[in-house]
Design a protein around this ligand. Sequence first.
Ligand code: FEO
Length: 412
Amino acid sequence: MTAMISDTAKAVKIINGVWWVGVNDHLNPLFEGMWALPDGMRYNAYLVQGKNKTALIELSRDGFAEPFIRKIDEIIPLSEIDYIIHNHLEPDHSGIIPIIYKRCPQAKVLATAKGKSFLKQFYGEGERVDAVNDGDSIDLGGRTLRFLSYPWLHWPDTMFTYLEEDKVLFPCDAFGGYGAPEKGLFDDEIDLQTYWPEAKRYLGTIVASYLGHVVKAIDKWLKGGMGINILCPSHGPVYRGNPMSIISRYQEWAKNDKSDKVVMIVGSMWGNTHEMGAIVKHRLEKNGLEVKYFDAALAEPGQVLGEMLNAGGIVFGAPTYDANIYPRLEYFLMLFKGKKKNGYPVATFNQNSWNVNITPKINSYLEDMKSQIIPPQVVGHGAPDAEIRKELELMADNLTAKIRDACFIPQA
Ligand code: FEO
């Protein structure tokens, strides 16, 4: 990977002895090789200084060692770090390990037992790591860092680190979001109304398969009564104004309560399938439902998954291509299956111009997702005629009824 410096930000003091030393990535167009980064990505890392010891919480992805080390050196020589703490070992937080470990050979490395095994797998570094258990702590000299197990946020290795005396929580991926605005690290310095959709898109893409763990983790944290003055996630802003603003949003989004919103994903080569989609969309909206319509060929998958949070139903529309499902639509079927979009009411329509009906192929995905398939599954033969229009409208009405039934939404 490139070693060029893309990030010219300086270290930022959060409170006395607690510093942001993360990286703003405006080089990589995709996160996890899949999710668009129109405003970059921030890999937050933090330096915590006690009277006797200094701890570094998280590192950065590969390619950013130079701006990362530069920030730390503004505060303390990297070689004087006493602890390196890994809350989670996905490479966006650990990619520069080979460089950093060499530069501070005496630092103790702390991670969960699962994190230790990931360190061995990814970097061959398991021997150097002390595994910590839920509730363990270290004393930096007047400052205590406590480690709290929160697996599956977002990998099984994940823990939170909590600075007890100052009530500062470092929860890694939890409460994160996309984006790395050049100005403004803190929640009270940025326009949160424009940021929330990027936080929701992050939750919908990265932690989407583990939403139940998010809900349980928030309950566990709130019941623990430990309190948060400052929330320092590993992505997105630092919350010193109102940490509950993001926690309560994550809670609401992760509950994934069904609403009267329908996500439609429709692919089309020459417009006929979009014509069918327009009929369905119009009917659903006439029935009083909210419709988010995506063109399968152009949609950013992360946006679609972000909209799936709290959706009540799904519509897939596809032409036949090479006797199979139009590939750009099939990608979303694969994605939804992988992200466990299970049990939704799903309506489908497709095209069969050459005597190849792809409905069974679509249904094999829907069966894996235990979808509630809405009749009729409409098969067109080019431009929709009056009969097809009638079938599409009936399908839209049946989907509306199913969603209203499931959401207890009153008739329009
Ligand atoms: Fe930000 Fe799961 O890594």
